[in-house]
Design a protein around this ligand. Structure first.
Ligand SMILES: Nc1ncnc2c1ncn2[C@@H]1O[C@H](COP(=O)(O)OP(=O)(O)OP(=O)(O)O)[C@@H](O)[C@H]1O
Length: 360
């Protein structure tokens, strides 16, 4: 199931002009505060009627202003997860979940026990929302939305009200949801590391316009986009597979650029992961370095170099994937880097945070 969105809307002093396709997987709408993310979600949900637009899935037109089609929100088959979970406080978790089920079409809806299992809610079923942590409330809200058998899941910053430990607890559930359901997820966020961890498709909004849309791995590794996304958070994703657990608290992984050693990842050998490596944590060397404390030395080839007043962003091909390195212009000049050159990328093991390691 794929969602297509084309919208044009004029607020006083603000124009929304957005065009993108959200394939199965998780599509992140990323942009600064006021860039139009919630307005897009509201238009998809049917809360905002744009001046012009067309929003459709493979089998349903939700909105087509040119033919006066505008399905009301309750007929759009959407699951909506808000920043605050908005559970009914007087109902137990089980009753809150069943409320979602009540809206489902009787046929081929998801199985209650499957959703409870997917989101790890068994032990919580008899509790009321007042006795749940923020992360647990979010999981119940996601479960309730899924049980309404949605064709599309809308999530508007579901992490906004959560502290870091609660966020870390919820991330794997969203990954499972992304990987195990065929429902496209439209996910609003202004946190790039979270987007890098979760998104399969990325839509970058800037002042109401969708500047870029496409596979998240490609856009995040594009040096031309890094300034718009935020240089500090710039970083690309590579995939790797766990090969062994070391006795010294490190996990060995196989990547296209060579072996990697990262702080212990509690998953068995064979687990495939996607790892975000921040551009500012990558050091470049023309020769394979010797006698270095950094454990991770990947071999690749320079594909692009972007120079600016903020330094140089160098894109490297590591197998079929890309890595970004942020270095000074002075280093780029001293090393005489040029596209096509073979290069070694060095990354300290401890530079890769657990929150930047996700499922593939
Ligand atoms: N009902 C409205 N009437 C007038 N202007 C509006 C309305 N809704 C949104 N806007 C304008 O649209 C712009 C985008 O708002 P929107 O809430 O979609 O942005 P956002 O990216 O979701 O922001 P945030 O991350 O802060 O939630 C805002 O600057 C606001 O001026």
């Amino acid at each position: 199931m794929t969602l297509s969105v084309a919208l044009n809307h004029q607020f006083p002093g603000f124009t929304l002009d957005v065009n993108f396709v959200a394939p199965p997987g998780l599509t992140a709408l990323f942009g600064r505060s006021g860039s139009g993310k919630t307005s897009v979600i509201n238009a998809v949900a049917g809360i905002l009627r744009p001046d012009q637009g067309r929003i459709s899935t493979a089998d349903t037109i939700l909105l087509d202003t040119s033919s006066a089609i505008n399905l009301p929100p309750h007929r759009r088959r959407l699951g909506y997860v808000f920043q605050d979970a908005r559970l009914f406080p007087h109902l137990t978790v089980q009753q809150n979940l069943s409320y979602g089920r009540w809206f489902a079409r009787p046929s081929n809806g998801p199985n209650f026990d499957d959703i409870v299992g997917l989101l790890g809610l068994q032990a919580l079923l008899q509790r009321r929302p007042g006795a749940l942590s923020g992360g647990e409330k979010s999981r119940v809200a996601i479960g309730r939305a899924l049980l309404s058998n949605p064709a599309l899941l809308l999530m508007d910053e579901p992490f906004a009200a959560l502290d870091d430990p609660r966020k870390a607890e919820l991330l794997p559930y969203i990954e499972t949801l992304r990987d195990q359901t065929q429902i496209p997820i439209l996910y609003v966020s202004h946190a790039l590391p979270e987007v890098a961890r979760l998104a399969t498709t990325l839509v970058v909004l800037d002042q109401g316009r969708s500047l870029h849309a496409g596979p998240a791995a490609d856009l995040l590794a594009d040096p031309d986009l890094a300034p718009a996304l935020g240089l500090r958070d710039a970083g690309a994703m590579i995939s790797a597979e766990i090969t062994a657990q070391g006795p010294d608290g490190l996990t060995e992984l196989h990547s296209a650029g060579g072996p990697l050693w990262l702080p212990q990842i509690a998953s068995p050998p064979g687990t495939r992961l996607r790892i975000r490596i921040a551009a500012q944590d990558v050091i470049l060397s023309r020769q394979r370095p010797e006698g270095l404390s950094a454990l991770n030395i990947m071999h690749g080839q320079i594909t692009e170099i972007r120079l600016s007043d903020d330094g140089a962003l160098v894109q490297l091909a590591i197998g079929a994937e890309h890595l970004l390195a942020r270095i000074t212009q002075r280093s780029a000049t001293a090393l005489r880097l040029a596209p096509g050159d073979p290069i070694f990328a060095i990354v300290k093991s401890v530079a890769v945070a657990q929150k930047d390691i996700g499922k593939r």
